[in-house]
Write a new protein. Sequence first.
Length: 135
Amino acid sequence: SSSAASKPATPASTAQVGQAFLSAAAPVDAAYKTWKAALTAANGNVLSLTSQASSYVVVLTTFDTTIQGMGATGQAAADIAKLVADDNTVISDLNSLSSQTTGTEAAWDTKGIADGVAAIAAGDAVRADLGLPAS
């Protein structure tokens, strides 16, 4: 007979999901720090950061795909869905950077910061569901 571990539809324990979340989040945390450092170094010229934005999009997309397949249930699953939706908004912001101009940059910055703050809050909600510390 087949063991429960071989059935991917079996919900994972909170501890297993928490460990998987932390593993998946590590590259995102590093990418976020890199992005923030690039923003600081750009000294207001975010229009020059399209390659960094693209790199961050790749990391976020991988993270979102990973966390959706971790086997979370209940509130954690609902909060993961919200985090992925918020990340998709951030990804859209990052992907739109290349179409910004000096005239639209300030509005892009404001929206990007607000969307990023929402995604961080959503991530912290998932972390709380899983018994993990806030980011």
